[in-house]
Design a protein around this ligand. Structure first.
Ligand code: 2AM
Length: 165
């Protein structure tokens, strides 16, 4: 079984900026390593290897050439359960269309889908809390690709990529 998810990777330079910004916040919990920072589009859970081939056919069924966008993460928040994250206060319509499109395709292909309402975010730490002192956050980048990742022993391995725009 493979633990899989579709996501937007966080470009290395932005990931370094986010890491430099979060350091003085002295966050508690388990920090997400710089190399793993991402914005999940669809979480698939555990699937057998045999599902990989059909999964690879899905993203290209979306109008990816129309779906490049700038993503601005400007809100620091923490969900019940301690998922501390950055989120866009104004999620781009293209991002929501991408996540929704993947969800529909997954469901049509009989694959497991998310029950939860999609809430775009970039996880900074788990089992964490909002820090007492907050630093204003604003990180912006052009989302240029969708990546299918396998999560294995804390590492995220890109299995396939699809360009946006
Ligand atoms: P993330 O930390 O990589 O974003 C499994 O529950 C995973 O799905 C979580 O660890 C989280 O992954 C992501 N997730 C949880 N709730 C979500 C939501 N409402 N919208 C999008 N992704 C979510």
């Amino acid at each position: 079984m493979l633990r899989l998810f579709f996501a937007l990777p966080c470009p290395a330079e932005i990931a370094r900026q986010i890491d430099a910004w979060r350091q003085p916040l002295d966050l508690d919990g388990r920090l997400i390593p710089i190399a793993n920072l991402h914005v999940t589009l669809a979480f698939l859970g555990h699937l057998p290897d045999s599902q990989l081939a059909p999964l690879r056919q899905l993203p290209q069924q979306l109008p990816l050439h129309e779906l490049a966008f700038d993503l601005q993460l400007d809100r620091l928040d923490c969900w019940t359960g301690g998922l501390l994250h950055l989120a866009p206060s104004q999620p781009p319509v293209e991002l929501l269309a991408l996540a929704d499109g993947l969800k529909r395709l997954l469901s049509a292909a009989g694959m497991p889908g998310e029950e939860r309402i999609y809430r775009p975010h970039l996880t900074l730490a788990r089992e964490s809390h909002l820090p007492e002192t907050q630093q204003p956050a604003s990180f912006r980048w052009r989302a240029e690709e969708v990546v299918l990742y396998q999560s294995e022993q804390g590492r995220y391995l890109p299995l396939a990529q699809w360009p946006l725009g």
